[in-house]
Design a binder for this molecule. Structure first.
Ligand SMILES: [Zn+2]
Length: 255
């Protein structure tokens, strides 16, 4: 589909009023008909921060399937396809919060949506998936460009812990300390965000206890919902992961 010319000025950009000419008020002097576009949603991910191991994405165009054995993921990408894309809503579905620096890597613009070299809290950029964040002014990406992001996890962690066969107690040894922070906002205040979440210990997934007074009890101690079934070890690898999918909702433009 080709771009339509403005039906008021017929693409002339000005209206000739006889004694004077003024900029066309319908197209604001662009000469192009307003294009409402066609509903479209892009997704960056899912990718996993603080995963048990690092792995390349299975779909590089969207970083889908990428895993990072740590809190930092740089150069995460989402490719815009064959039509210009007017981005109107920002969404993020995730296990827990993160910070992000987001930019339009295409057209040589490098246009950033937050201050350059700063990462902002995910809920301040995206709201959350139940309450998506409308952009005050929609942003148009050129076709075939990449949206890129540098991201740092605020939720999970990877490290080494001590565990005993038959015991539910887990003791931190090294690496990322256990996360005692709560999810932002009600109704989670004062409840560690890991409680009820998944922890991988020596390659096996366990649930962290969500019972009152249990779960993450300090930065170095936590309690599982069930007992640890593997071999007793003082050097067991642990990871608590954050799976993230970032949504870009808007409309595809005709040209
Ligand atoms: Zn016009």
């Amino acid at each position: 589909m080709a771009e339509q010319v403005c039906s008021t000025c017929r693409g002339q950009k000005v209206l000739n009023l006889g004694t004077t000419a003024c900029r066309c008020p319908m197209c604001e002097g662009t000469g192009a008909q307003w294009d409402p576009g066609r509903e479209f949603t892009y997704e960056m991910g899912p990718f996993i921060l603080n995963a048990p191991a690092t792995a390349a994405p299975t779909i590089p165009q969207t970083s889908s399937g990428a895993t990072y054995n740590g809190a930092v993921a740089n150069g995460v990408t989402c490719q815009v396809a064959n039509y210009r894309f007017r981005w109107m809503f920002a969404l993020a579905t995730r296990t827990g919060p993160f910070t992000i620096q987001l930019q339009d890597a295409g057209s040589g613009s490098g246009r950033s949506f937050v201050p350059v070299n700063i990462q902002v809290h995910s809920e301040n950029l995206f709201g959350n998936a139940r309450n998506p964040m409308p952009l005050p002014t929609p942003y148009v990406f050129d076709k075939n460009v990449s949206i890129t992001a540098n991201i740092t996890d605020l939720y999970g962690g990877v490290g080494v812990c001590s565990v005993t066969n038959g015991s539910a107690a887990v003791t931190w040894i090294s690496g990322a300390l256990f996360n005692t922070a709560a999810f932002p906002g009600a109704p989670y205040s004062n409840i560690p965000m890991w409680n009820g979440g998944t922890i991988t210990i020596a390659g096996v997934q366990y649930v962290i206890s969500s019972a009152a007074g249990s779960g993450v009890t300090s930065q170095t101690t936590l309690t599982l919902a069930t007992t640890y079934l593997g071999a007793t070890s003082a050097v067991a690898a642990y990871s608590v992961a954050n799976t993230v999918r970032i949504g870009f909702k808007g409309v595809e433009l005709a040209a």
